[in-house]
Design a protein around this ligand. Sequence first.
Ligand code: KIV
Ligand code: ZN
Length: 397
Amino acid sequence: MRRIYIFDTTLRDGEQSPGVNLLPEEKLEIAHQLERLDVDVIEAGFPATSEGDFLAVSRIAQEVREPVIAALARTHPSDIEAAARALEKAARPRIHTFTSFSRIHIERMLRKSEEEVLEMSVAAVRQARRYVDDVEFSGQDAGRADPEYMVRVIEAVIEAGATVINIPDTVGWTLPEEFGALIATLRRRVRGIERVTLSVHCHNDLGLATANTLAGLQAGADQAEVAVNGIGERAGNTSLEEVVMAIAARGDRLGMYTGVETREIMAASQLVRRLTGMPVQPNKAIVGANAFAHESGIHQDGVLKERRTYEILDPEAVGLDSSNLVLGKHSGRHAFAARLEALGYRLERERLEAAFRRFKALTDQTKEVRDGDLVALVEASLREEAEAVADHGGDAA
Ligand code: KIV
Ligand code: ZN
Protein backbone atom coordinates (compact mmCIF):
# COMPACT_ATOMS: atom_id res chain seq x y z
CA MET A 1 0.00 0.00 0.00
CA ARG A 2 1.34 3.45 -0.95
CA ARG A 3 0.82 6.49 1.28
CA ILE A 4 -0.73 9.35 -0.71
CA TYR A 5 -0.04 12.88 0.53
CA ILE A 6 -2.96 15.27 0.62
CA PHE A 7 -2.09 18.86 -0.30
CA ASP A 8 -5.03 21.13 0.44
CA THR A 9 -5.33 24.30 -1.63
CA THR A 10 -8.72 25.52 -0.34
CA LEU A 11 -7.08 28.68 1.00
CA ARG A 12 -5.21 29.47 -2.23
CA ASP A 13 -6.76 27.99 -5.41
CA GLY A 14 -10.09 27.54 -3.60
CA GLU A 15 -10.11 31.17 -2.61
CA GLN A 16 -9.65 32.04 -6.29
CA SER A 17 -13.30 31.03 -6.81
CA PRO A 18 -15.20 33.94 -8.29
CA GLY A 19 -16.83 35.97 -5.51
CA VAL A 20 -14.83 34.45 -2.65
CA ASN A 21 -12.66 36.61 -0.43
CA LEU A 22 -11.57 35.26 2.94
CA LEU A 23 -10.30 37.48 5.74
CA PRO A 24 -7.04 36.45 7.45
CA GLU A 25 -8.93 35.31 10.59
CA GLU A 26 -11.32 33.25 8.45
CA LYS A 27 -8.39 31.62 6.69
CA LEU A 28 -6.85 30.84 10.06
CA GLU A 29 -10.09 29.21 11.24
CA ILE A 30 -10.18 27.01 8.14
CA ALA A 31 -6.46 26.17 8.53
CA HIS A 32 -7.11 24.93 12.09
CA GLN A 33 -9.89 22.69 10.77
CA LEU A 34 -7.59 21.41 8.00
CA GLU A 35 -5.08 20.53 10.72
CA ARG A 36 -7.80 18.56 12.56
CA LEU A 37 -8.49 16.85 9.24
CA ASP A 38 -4.82 15.79 9.23
CA VAL A 39 -4.01 16.94 5.71
CA ASP A 40 -0.29 16.75 4.93
CA VAL A 41 0.13 20.20 3.36
CA ILE A 42 -1.90 23.42 3.60
CA GLU A 43 -1.34 25.89 0.79
CA ALA A 44 -2.15 28.98 2.83
CA GLY A 45 -2.04 31.63 0.10
CA PHE A 46 -0.09 33.70 -2.40
CA PRO A 47 1.74 36.31 -0.27
CA ALA A 48 2.87 38.56 -3.14
CA THR A 49 -0.72 39.22 -4.25
CA SER A 50 -1.95 41.28 -1.28
CA GLU A 51 -1.14 42.39 2.24
CA GLY A 52 -4.12 40.43 3.50
CA ASP A 53 -2.81 37.21 1.97
CA PHE A 54 0.69 37.89 3.30
CA LEU A 55 -0.76 38.33 6.78
CA ALA A 56 -2.94 35.23 6.48
CA VAL A 57 0.02 33.05 5.45
CA SER A 58 2.22 34.45 8.27
CA ARG A 59 -0.45 33.85 10.92
CA ILE A 60 -1.16 30.33 9.69
CA ALA A 61 2.59 29.62 9.56
CA GLN A 62 2.92 30.79 13.16
CA GLU A 63 -0.12 28.99 14.60
CA VAL A 64 -0.66 25.81 12.60
CA ARG A 65 2.29 23.61 13.41
CA GLU A 66 1.54 20.06 12.32
CA PRO A 67 1.09 20.15 8.50
CA VAL A 68 3.57 21.60 6.01
CA ILE A 69 2.56 25.21 5.23
CA ALA A 70 3.04 26.17 1.58
CA ALA A 71 3.04 29.64 0.03
CA LEU A 72 2.67 30.26 -3.69
CA ALA A 73 5.06 32.41 -5.75
CA ARG A 74 5.61 33.06 -9.45
CA THR A 75 9.16 32.51 -10.66
CA HIS A 76 9.80 36.21 -9.89
CA PRO A 77 12.46 37.03 -7.24
CA SER A 78 10.12 39.43 -5.38
CA ASP A 79 7.35 36.78 -5.16
CA ILE A 80 9.76 34.21 -3.77
CA GLU A 81 11.07 36.68 -1.24
CA ALA A 82 7.51 37.53 -0.12
CA ALA A 83 6.67 33.82 0.25
CA ALA A 84 9.86 33.24 2.26
CA ARG A 85 9.11 36.16 4.59
CA ALA A 86 5.51 35.05 5.14
CA LEU A 87 6.76 31.54 6.01
CA GLU A 88 9.51 32.70 8.39
CA LYS A 89 7.77 31.34 11.53
CA ALA A 90 6.57 28.09 9.97
CA ALA A 91 7.59 24.80 11.58
CA ARG A 92 7.59 23.10 8.16
CA PRO A 93 7.67 25.71 5.36
CA ARG A 94 7.37 25.02 1.63
CA ILE A 95 7.74 27.56 -1.18
CA HIS A 96 5.63 26.60 -4.18
CA THR A 97 6.88 28.33 -7.30
CA PHE A 98 5.11 28.04 -10.64
CA THR A 99 5.39 28.93 -14.29
CA SER A 100 3.70 27.49 -17.41
CA PHE A 101 4.50 24.48 -19.53
CA SER A 102 2.19 24.85 -22.53
CA ARG A 103 3.11 26.73 -25.69
CA ILE A 104 -0.07 28.82 -25.61
CA HIS A 105 0.73 30.02 -22.07
CA ILE A 106 4.42 30.61 -22.78
CA GLU A 107 3.95 32.46 -26.07
CA ARG A 108 0.65 34.27 -25.56
CA MET A 109 0.56 34.91 -21.83
CA LEU A 110 4.14 34.98 -20.53
CA ARG A 111 5.42 36.26 -23.91
CA LYS A 112 8.76 34.51 -23.44
CA SER A 113 10.70 31.81 -25.18
CA GLU A 114 10.77 28.24 -23.85
CA GLU A 115 14.46 28.73 -22.98
CA GLU A 116 13.72 31.87 -20.96
CA VAL A 117 11.01 30.05 -19.01
CA LEU A 118 13.40 27.19 -18.30
CA GLU A 119 16.09 29.58 -17.04
CA MET A 120 13.65 31.52 -14.84
CA SER A 121 12.39 28.26 -13.37
CA VAL A 122 15.87 27.07 -12.43
CA ALA A 123 16.74 30.48 -10.93
CA ALA A 124 13.50 30.55 -8.93
CA VAL A 125 14.03 27.10 -7.47
CA ARG A 126 17.64 27.97 -6.55
CA GLN A 127 16.50 31.19 -4.88
CA ALA A 128 13.71 29.41 -2.97
CA ARG A 129 16.15 26.74 -1.75
CA ARG A 130 18.25 29.47 -0.14
CA TYR A 131 15.28 30.15 2.18
CA VAL A 132 13.72 26.69 2.72
CA ASP A 133 14.56 23.01 2.26
CA ASP A 134 11.22 22.13 0.71
CA VAL A 135 10.49 23.65 -2.73
CA GLU A 136 7.61 22.68 -4.99
CA PHE A 137 7.67 23.48 -8.69
CA SER A 138 4.59 23.56 -10.98
CA GLY A 139 4.15 24.16 -14.71
CA GLN A 140 0.64 25.34 -15.51
CA ASP A 141 -1.34 23.73 -18.31
CA ALA A 142 0.75 20.56 -18.32
CA GLY A 143 -2.28 18.74 -19.75
CA ARG A 144 -1.81 20.59 -23.08
CA ALA A 145 1.99 20.84 -23.05
CA ASP A 146 4.70 19.07 -25.01
CA PRO A 147 6.03 16.23 -22.79
CA GLU A 148 9.54 16.56 -24.28
CA TYR A 149 9.77 20.17 -23.07
CA MET A 150 8.33 19.24 -19.68
CA VAL A 151 10.94 16.51 -19.22
CA ARG A 152 13.72 19.05 -19.89
CA VAL A 153 12.39 21.64 -17.45
CA ILE A 154 11.62 19.12 -14.72
CA GLU A 155 15.10 17.56 -14.92
CA ALA A 156 16.63 21.04 -14.65
CA VAL A 157 14.58 22.11 -11.62
CA ILE A 158 15.24 18.82 -9.82
CA GLU A 159 18.92 19.47 -10.42
CA ALA A 160 18.40 22.98 -8.97
CA GLY A 161 16.91 21.53 -5.76
CA ALA A 162 13.13 21.12 -6.23
CA THR A 163 11.73 18.54 -3.81
CA VAL A 164 8.19 18.30 -5.21
CA ILE A 165 7.16 18.38 -8.89
CA ASN A 166 3.53 19.20 -9.48
CA ILE A 167 1.74 18.47 -12.76
CA PRO A 168 -1.38 20.64 -13.14
CA ASP A 169 -4.15 20.08 -15.62
CA THR A 170 -4.93 23.77 -15.19
CA VAL A 171 -7.85 23.96 -17.60
CA GLY A 172 -9.34 20.51 -16.95
CA TRP A 173 -8.64 19.39 -20.51
CA THR A 174 -7.38 15.84 -20.18
CA LEU A 175 -9.24 12.54 -19.99
CA PRO A 176 -8.31 10.15 -17.17
CA GLU A 177 -6.44 7.71 -19.39
CA GLU A 178 -4.52 10.55 -21.00
CA PHE A 179 -3.57 12.21 -17.72
CA GLY A 180 -2.51 8.86 -16.24
CA ALA A 181 -0.34 8.22 -19.32
CA LEU A 182 1.31 11.65 -18.91
CA ILE A 183 2.25 10.88 -15.29
CA ALA A 184 3.53 7.43 -16.28
CA THR A 185 5.67 9.02 -19.04
CA LEU A 186 7.17 11.53 -16.61
CA ARG A 187 7.87 8.78 -14.07
CA ARG A 188 9.63 6.79 -16.76
CA ARG A 189 11.46 9.56 -18.61
CA VAL A 190 12.59 12.20 -16.07
CA ARG A 191 16.06 11.65 -14.65
CA GLY A 192 16.00 12.05 -10.85
CA ILE A 193 12.19 11.76 -10.53
CA GLU A 194 12.61 9.08 -7.85
CA ARG A 195 14.26 11.68 -5.58
CA VAL A 196 11.19 13.96 -5.51
CA THR A 197 7.50 13.80 -4.63
CA LEU A 198 5.42 13.73 -7.81
CA SER A 199 2.14 15.61 -7.46
CA VAL A 200 -1.08 16.05 -9.46
CA HIS A 201 -3.36 19.08 -9.55
CA CYS A 202 -6.55 18.87 -11.60
CA HIS A 203 -9.40 21.21 -12.46
CA ASN A 204 -12.98 20.19 -13.02
CA ASP A 205 -13.96 21.90 -16.29
CA LEU A 206 -15.22 18.62 -17.77
CA GLY A 207 -16.24 17.13 -14.42
CA LEU A 208 -13.20 14.84 -14.55
CA ALA A 209 -10.99 16.26 -11.81
CA THR A 210 -11.42 13.38 -9.36
CA ALA A 211 -11.11 10.73 -12.07
CA ASN A 212 -7.98 12.41 -13.45
CA THR A 213 -6.44 12.75 -10.00
CA LEU A 214 -7.02 9.07 -9.26
CA ALA A 215 -5.60 8.14 -12.68
CA GLY A 216 -2.51 10.24 -11.93
CA LEU A 217 -2.07 8.58 -8.53
CA GLN A 218 -2.50 5.14 -10.08
CA ALA A 219 0.17 6.01 -12.62
CA GLY A 220 2.66 6.78 -9.86
CA ALA A 221 2.00 10.25 -8.43
CA ASP A 222 2.42 10.52 -4.64
CA GLN A 223 0.57 13.75 -3.82
CA ALA A 224 -2.94 14.96 -4.71
CA GLU A 225 -3.75 18.66 -4.68
CA VAL A 226 -7.37 19.19 -3.68
CA ALA A 227 -9.83 21.67 -2.18
CA VAL A 228 -12.67 21.18 0.29
CA ASN A 229 -16.05 21.05 -1.52
CA GLY A 230 -14.06 21.16 -4.80
CA ILE A 231 -14.03 24.96 -4.82
CA GLY A 232 -11.60 26.85 -7.05
CA GLU A 233 -11.16 28.70 -10.34
CA ARG A 234 -14.12 28.25 -12.76
CA ALA A 235 -15.59 24.76 -12.24
CA GLY A 236 -13.23 24.24 -9.31
CA ASN A 237 -10.40 22.02 -8.14
CA THR A 238 -10.47 18.33 -7.41
CA SER A 239 -12.56 17.89 -4.30
CA LEU A 240 -10.71 16.71 -1.21
CA GLU A 241 -13.59 14.63 0.11
CA GLU A 242 -14.06 12.71 -3.16
CA VAL A 243 -10.39 11.71 -3.50
CA VAL A 244 -9.97 10.90 0.18
CA MET A 245 -13.17 8.83 0.40
CA ALA A 246 -12.49 7.06 -2.91
CA ILE A 247 -9.15 6.00 -1.47
CA ALA A 248 -10.75 5.13 1.90
CA ALA A 249 -13.49 3.04 0.25
CA ARG A 250 -11.50 1.49 -2.60
CA GLY A 251 -7.99 1.53 -1.08
CA ASP A 252 -7.58 -2.23 -1.49
CA ARG A 253 -8.18 -1.97 -5.20
CA LEU A 254 -6.08 1.20 -5.58
CA GLY A 255 -3.28 0.01 -3.29
CA MET A 256 -3.27 3.39 -1.50
CA TYR A 257 -4.15 5.08 1.76
CA THR A 258 -4.05 8.63 3.14
CA GLY A 259 -3.48 10.01 6.63
CA VAL A 260 -6.71 12.04 6.62
CA GLU A 261 -9.04 11.92 9.65
CA THR A 262 -12.16 11.39 7.57
CA ARG A 263 -14.57 12.05 10.47
CA GLU A 264 -13.59 15.73 10.21
CA ILE A 265 -14.73 15.99 6.56
CA MET A 266 -18.28 17.18 7.22
CA ALA A 267 -17.12 19.85 9.69
CA ALA A 268 -14.54 21.09 7.15
CA SER A 269 -17.16 21.18 4.39
CA GLN A 270 -19.65 23.13 6.52
CA LEU A 271 -17.02 25.61 7.67
CA VAL A 272 -15.80 26.28 4.13
CA ARG A 273 -19.38 26.64 2.91
CA ARG A 274 -20.20 29.11 5.66
CA LEU A 275 -17.07 31.26 5.42
CA THR A 276 -16.82 31.34 1.61
CA GLY A 277 -20.57 31.75 1.12
CA MET A 278 -20.37 29.10 -1.63
CA PRO A 279 -23.31 26.70 -1.31
CA VAL A 280 -22.79 22.95 -1.71
CA GLN A 281 -25.09 21.39 -4.28
CA PRO A 282 -27.43 18.92 -2.54
CA ASN A 283 -26.36 15.99 -4.72
CA LYS A 284 -22.61 16.66 -4.27
CA ALA A 285 -20.76 13.41 -3.55
CA ILE A 286 -19.86 12.85 0.13
CA VAL A 287 -20.82 16.28 1.53
CA GLY A 288 -24.07 17.20 -0.26
CA ALA A 289 -27.25 17.27 1.85
CA ASN A 290 -28.58 14.30 -0.14
CA ALA A 291 -25.38 12.24 -0.17
CA PHE A 292 -26.72 9.96 2.59
CA ALA A 293 -30.45 10.64 2.14
CA HIS A 294 -32.91 8.04 0.84
CA GLU A 295 -36.35 8.91 -0.43
CA SER A 296 -37.90 5.99 -2.23
CA GLY A 297 -39.73 3.33 -0.23
CA ILE A 298 -37.64 0.52 -1.71
CA HIS A 299 -34.37 2.24 -0.83
CA GLN A 300 -35.58 3.18 2.65
CA ASP A 301 -36.76 -0.35 3.34
CA GLY A 302 -33.36 -1.68 2.19
CA VAL A 303 -31.37 0.77 4.32
CA LEU A 304 -33.50 0.10 7.39
CA LYS A 305 -32.90 -3.64 7.02
CA GLU A 306 -29.22 -3.39 6.09
CA ARG A 307 -27.54 -0.03 5.53
CA ARG A 308 -25.08 -1.38 2.96
CA THR A 309 -27.87 -2.26 0.51
CA TYR A 310 -27.82 1.34 -0.74
CA GLU A 311 -24.87 2.95 1.06
CA ILE A 312 -21.26 2.28 0.14
CA LEU A 313 -19.93 4.59 2.84
CA ASP A 314 -20.72 4.73 6.53
CA PRO A 315 -22.07 8.25 7.20
CA GLU A 316 -20.22 8.24 10.52
CA ALA A 317 -16.93 7.85 8.62
CA VAL A 318 -17.34 11.40 7.27
CA GLY A 319 -18.64 12.85 10.53
CA LEU A 320 -22.40 12.48 10.11
CA ASP A 321 -24.60 10.96 12.82
CA SER A 322 -26.47 8.58 10.55
CA SER A 323 -28.09 8.30 7.16
CA ASN A 324 -31.16 10.34 6.55
CA LEU A 325 -34.46 8.87 5.41
CA VAL A 326 -36.31 11.67 3.66
CA LEU A 327 -40.04 11.28 3.91
CA GLY A 328 -41.77 12.11 0.65
CA LYS A 329 -44.32 10.63 -1.71
CA HIS A 330 -42.10 7.64 -2.53
CA SER A 331 -41.61 6.63 1.08
CA GLY A 332 -43.10 3.48 2.54
CA ARG A 333 -44.50 2.35 5.89
CA HIS A 334 -41.14 1.12 7.24
CA ALA A 335 -39.41 4.46 6.95
CA PHE A 336 -42.52 6.24 8.22
CA ALA A 337 -42.74 4.01 11.30
CA ALA A 338 -38.99 4.29 11.93
CA ARG A 339 -39.11 8.08 11.86
CA LEU A 340 -42.12 8.12 14.19
CA GLU A 341 -40.27 5.86 16.61
CA ALA A 342 -37.29 8.20 16.52
CA LEU A 343 -39.70 11.02 17.38
CA GLY A 344 -41.06 9.03 20.31
CA TYR A 345 -44.25 7.53 18.78
CA ARG A 346 -44.53 3.77 18.83
CA LEU A 347 -48.00 3.24 17.31
CA GLU A 348 -49.81 -0.06 17.10
CA ARG A 349 -50.98 -1.23 13.69
CA GLU A 350 -54.32 0.49 13.23
CA ARG A 351 -53.11 3.82 14.51
CA LEU A 352 -50.04 3.57 12.34
CA GLU A 353 -52.23 2.86 9.30
CA ALA A 354 -54.43 5.88 10.00
CA ALA A 355 -51.40 8.13 10.42
CA PHE A 356 -49.80 6.69 7.27
CA ARG A 357 -52.92 7.46 5.22
CA ARG A 358 -52.78 11.09 6.40
CA PHE A 359 -49.09 11.19 5.64
CA LYS A 360 -49.66 9.95 2.07
CA ALA A 361 -52.36 12.59 1.53
CA LEU A 362 -49.93 15.23 2.73
CA THR A 363 -47.15 14.09 0.36
CA ASP A 364 -49.41 14.90 -2.58
CA GLN A 365 -49.29 18.52 -1.52
CA THR A 366 -45.67 18.89 -0.37
CA LYS A 367 -42.25 17.65 -1.56
CA GLU A 368 -40.83 16.70 1.79
CA VAL A 369 -42.53 16.01 5.11
CA ARG A 370 -40.47 17.39 7.98
CA ASP A 371 -40.40 16.17 11.58
CA GLY A 372 -42.65 19.04 12.73
CA ASP A 373 -45.26 18.08 10.10
CA LEU A 374 -45.12 14.47 11.26
CA VAL A 375 -45.67 15.35 14.89
CA ALA A 376 -48.63 17.56 13.95
CA LEU A 377 -50.06 14.82 11.77
CA VAL A 378 -49.78 12.05 14.39
CA GLU A 379 -51.11 14.30 17.13
CA ALA A 380 -54.12 15.19 14.94
CA SER A 381 -54.70 11.54 14.19
CA LEU A 382 -54.53 10.58 17.88
CA ARG A 383 -56.79 13.51 18.85
CA GLU A 384 -59.41 12.49 16.30
CA GLU A 385 -59.35 8.96 17.58
CA ALA A 386 -59.73 10.11 21.19
CA GLU A 387 -62.66 12.35 20.20
CA ALA A 388 -64.30 9.46 18.35
CA VAL A 389 -63.94 7.27 21.43
CA ALA A 390 -65.37 10.03 23.64
CA ASP A 391 -68.34 10.51 21.28
CA HIS A 392 -68.92 6.81 21.21
CA GLY A 393 -68.73 6.71 25.02
CA GLY A 394 -71.17 9.62 25.19
CA ASP A 395 -73.65 7.76 22.96
CA ALA A 396 -73.43 4.68 25.17
CA ALA A 397 -74.12 6.79 28.26
O1 KIV B 1 -4.07 25.17 -11.85
C1 KIV B 1 -2.87 25.48 -11.77
O2 KIV B 1 -2.08 25.34 -12.71
C2 KIV B 1 -2.39 26.08 -10.52
C3 KIV B 1 -0.93 26.21 -10.34
C4 KIV B 1 -0.57 27.52 -9.74
C5 KIV B 1 -0.40 25.06 -9.54
O3 KIV B 1 -3.19 26.34 -9.64
ZN1 ZN C 1 -5.12 25.30 -10.00
